[in-house]
Design a protein around this ligand. Structure first.
Ligand code: FAD
Length: 350
């Protein structure tokens, strides 16, 4: 049954650990409870704000209205043929636990996305991605409820309009949709993707330790579980754990530039880190730019730039406005040095 509480602290529900109070708060574990929450808020004419695990939000004010925490669970096999399967997952499931469970079942494809914090329902919002794979590469469809009408509907990959850390759900007015479940298309046969440079380099170091059978290639020796373990160990060595140092992962998106722009930048910064994007465009490492501009390890007013990964801003005892003002200082400095405008990745509530 739906239980709505008043004046609830959100400190433990955002991984930056900023203090904020929800005017009203409820956690919903079924579609029925979610529908009840929508009706409850509609009757009182209150806005609804959806929260998963709070690992990609910057909450800079108290939340007026009803904050709905999505806790709809369940992992079910939806369909299967000889090679592939579709698994239907409740929006409240933990993303990394899902990755581990699918690997255990022999359902492959999510290994590169290991250890990304957050809920399954939030994964399509910014089309989570890491180590050369994005959610959209494994996506089949999802189910949403429209919070303005209370109607449920299925959406296809085309409907979701996925892009780099982007989807329909991030466009103005489209946060009217609440995701209740996500269907992922996985493989029964390992289909390993190791082209991403940081992953490839770590794997190459393993090369000598692997017992390769006669005629077997290096790739054939690798298992999805090995990829998952390596991704986890790279991530643990590079990124601060929000439980120890509150953060929300990458604070900025990697900027996209034309190949021509990249060439001119490379003349000044020969070691600039870039990745292929699409058409004539390239993605530049925002972490490289921030580090090059001297921000790595910087601390001020209880907030700072992580000392291992310059793309991650950390809360060392400050507040949301301090971190936003640091972010703006970084944006200005990157624009002055490289003529590149950094875009903030997480959703800001103020
Ligand atoms: C240490 C660290 C590392 C990270 N690494 C990566 C990475 O490698 N790649 C990557 O892409 N991201 C990364 N992130 C960001 C984050 O993990 C993802 O964006 C994740 O999907 C957020 O999930 P969440 O449940 O915490 O979402 P929340 O922070 O709770 O919500 C994020 C947004 O989604 C909306 N939302 C949440 N659930 C729903 C729903 N069911 N329906 C509709 N809207 C919803 C919220 O309203 C909010 O606008 C990292 C974060 C951290 C802290």
């Amino acid at each position: 049954m739906l239980s709505v509480q008043k004046n609830v602290s959100l400190k433990k529900l955002n991984t930056l650990n900023f203090e904020s109070t929800a005017e009203y708060f409820c956690s919903v574990s079924s579609k029925k409870e979610l529908s009840e929450a929508l009706t409850w808020a509609q009757e009182k004419n209150l806005p609804i704000i959806v929260l998963g695990k709070g690992s990609n939000v910057l909450i800079a004010a108290d939340m007026q209205g009803l904050v709905v925490h999505i806790a709809i669970m369940g992992i079910e096999l939806f369909s299967q043929n000889e090679e592939n399967l579709v698994v239907s997952v409740g929006a409240g499931e933990d993303w990394h636990q899902l990755v581990l469970k699918t690997l255990k079942m022999g359902w492959f494809g999510l290994e590169n996305l290991s250890l990304i914090p957050g809920s399954v329902g939030a994964a399509p919002i910014q089309n989570i991605g890491a180590y050369g794979i994005e959610l959209s590469d494994r996506f089949d469809s999802l189910e949403v409820v429209d919070k303005t009408t209370g109607q449920y509907k299925k959406m296809s990959i085309e409907d979701c309009q996925f892009g780099y850390r982007d989807s329909l759900f991030k466009r103005p007015g489209q946060d009217k949709y609440i995701i209740v479940s996500v269907n992922l298309r996985l493989s029964l046969k390992p289909n390993i993707s190791i082209e991403y440079p940081a992953l490839k380099n770590s794997l190459m170091r393993l090369h000598t330790q692997l017992q390769m059978k006669h005629g077997q290639s290096f790739e054939e020796c690798l298992t999805p579980k090995m990829i998952s373990d390596i991704v986890c160990s790279i991530r643990r060595s590079k990124l601060p754990d929000p439980l120890n140092i509150p953060n929300i992962g990458s604070f900025f998106k990697n900027p996209i530039v034309t190949s021509e722009n990249l060439l001119s930048l490379r003349k000044l910064y020969p070691d600039i880190v870039s990745y292929n994007f699409c058409d004539e465009n390239m993605k530049i490492s925002a972490g490289y730019l921030i580090e090059k501009a001297g921000w790595k390890g910087y601390e001020k007013d209880g907030v700072g730039v992580d000392h291992r990964q310059a793309l991650v801003l950390v809360n060392l005892g400050g507040n949301a406005e301090d971190i936003l003002s640091l972010a703006h200082e970084i944006q200005t400095s990157i624009f002055e040095k490289f003529s590149i405008q950094l875009e903030i990745e997480p959703r800001i509530y103020r």
